[in-house]
Design a protein around this ligand. Structure first.
Ligand code: ATP
Ligand code: MG
Length: 258
């Protein structure tokens, strides 16, 4: 068993062309306060990488920089080899089509039913207008996330877990190559959290997408992660499998497992 790497070692998971998402020397701060410092990250094809970090450690900032919603002060982000920093808005849009997000707000329109939320997204994002094709896409994606019975419900009638499923369905409709989840289990009870964690894992194995999961929920990390990076003071302080990190002697890392 290899030990987790301590400090800021550059992750080295194989040849560069297997990385679907990569951050190199990422630095980002606000008003002179650094949030990310020389952050290194690489996510390989078909892999689920969990970013573990305490509240305020910069996880959401990291995600936003990775998808181009925030600009790094220094360093670069590469998605399937393309540098976000040098992409114009047209190229950025093309890159974003490969990404599926499940952010905390889940981007659900409260005045539209489950079916209408998905139809609206399919019309707008995928420019598909054929009714039969739209219907079949909606049914397929609702089955994939286990929400077919809620097809006629309004968002106000959905539980927290069902809202997450709808958010995931919306993201999956575009057949992304890369899924990003920000705190997917926050606010859910332990049983529902575990259902969502399994759904993330099953989505990854059924579709072979690469997934990045940001969380401080250790059960979610255990269920979903092939590999975990611990974020501390804006940089990766340790990296390894769940089992490797669990046996770490570093007090800060042990604290996550207690
Ligand atoms: N737009 C912004 N302007 C100024 N400071 C910001 C901005 N966004 C984030 N920050 C700061 O960056 C730091 C990291 O925030 P971030 O939201 O990434 O934390 P987090 O790890 O996602 O926390 P949580 O687990 O609570 O979601 C915080 O100190 C926050 O105040
Ligand atoms: Mg956050």
């Amino acid at each position: 068993m290899s030990l987790p790497t301590e400090n800021n070692d550059r992750p080295d998971q194989g040849p560069a062309d297997t990385a679907t998402l990569q951050m190199v020397d990422g630095t980002k701060g606000f008003g002179g306060e650094p949030v990310l410092r020389d952050m290194q990250l690489r996510l390989n094809q078909g892999e689920t990488l969990v970013i573990l970090g305490r509240s305020g450690s910069g996880k959401t900032v990291l995600l936003k920089c990775l998808v181009g919603l925030m600009k790094l002060d220094e360093g670069s982000v590469l998605i399937q080899g393309q540098d976000l920093g040098s992409a114009d808005s047209k190229a950025l849009n093309q890159i974003r089509k490969k990404l599926g997000f499940l952010f905390q707000g889940a981007a659900i329109y409260d005045s539209l039913s489950v079916r209408e939320n998905l139809e609206f997204h399919i019309h707008r994002q995928l420019q598909i207008q054929d009714d039969a094709e739209v219907e079949s896409l909606v049914m397929k994606v609702l089955q994939d996330v286990g929400l077919e019975e809620a097809i006629g419900k309004m968002p106000s009638e959905l539980s927290g877990g069902m809202r997450k499923r709808l958010g995931l369905a919306r993201a999956l409709v575009s057949k992304p190559d890369l899924m990003l989840y920000d705190e997917p289990t926050t606010g859910l009870d332990p049983v529902t959290s575990q259902e969502i964690s399994r759904l993330i894992r099953d989505t990854q194995s059924a579709r072979g997408v690469a997934s990045l999961v940001v969380t401080h929920d250790m059960r979610c990390a255990q269920t979903t992660a092939d590999r975990i990076i611990v974020l501390r003071d804006g940089a990766a302080c340790a990296e390894g499998t769940y089992a490797e990190l669990e046996s770490s002697s570093d007090a800060d890392i042990k604290a996550f497992f207690s």
